[in-house]
Write a protein that binds this ligand. Sequence first.
Ligand SMILES: Cc1cc2nc3c(=O)[nH]c(=O)nc-3n(C[C@H](O)[C@H](O)[C@H](O)COP(=O)(O)O)c2cc1C
Length: 208
Amino acid sequence: MDLLKDLQWRYATKAYTDKKVSGEKLDFILEAINLTASSCGLQPYRVFAIENKEIRAKLGEGSFNKQITQASHLLVFAAYNNVTTEHIEKLIKLVAKNRGVAEADLKDLFTKLDGYFNSRSVESNRHWSDKQAYIALGTALIAAANVKVDATPMEGFDPAVFDELLGLKDKDLHTTVILSLGFRDETADFLAAAPKVRIPVHEMVTMI
Ligand SMILES: Cc1cc2nc3c(=O)[nH]c(=O)nc-3n(C[C@H](O)[C@H](O)[C@H](O)COP(=O)(O)O)c2cc1C
């Protein structure tokens, strides 16, 4: 029930104060992101947590989202450009290590996953990776609300600028979506006091 209160409390913040998010709360949100479910457990994205204001000012140049610079931190969700054999090998090694299983016993899993991702186009694998990153965005939004940190999910930015400034091409990543973190400026943000706008649950949900 408390979770529903957190979700009522949160909103896509438009104006932030100068207050910084503590390391403890930031770590909590990042840990929650890392615990996000992902298809095949591949976690096909990386997260950049940016506090540096000069870098954020450059990233936000030309964007209508002033939250990019104004907030305390910016999280950049950057998905894989493709899913490769190397990624599958890395996952298999991690499963073997964390579950105390021999890598040889995971050969079938490796063959299945490697065959699947190799049979698809680079574009499909990239799109699939983007979708996984969006799930992590959802977790981040919930985690932030849970520790009373305000947040704004954003697609209003120039991905080419982000990719260039963060050197993502060299890492075989691309910017998918971003999330600012900080604390709402209630006097400057008319949305801080605005009621939520949602369709009724019965319209959203069909019980069968
Ligand atoms: C993927 C995604 C992209 C969004 N992009 C922006 C954005 O660029 N700028 C912005 O101010 N809000 C952005 N929003 C916020 C939505 O407008 C907001 O979540 C929606 O209106 C519902 O309101 P609430 O989150 O305040 O409850 C985005 C939300 C999502 C989920």
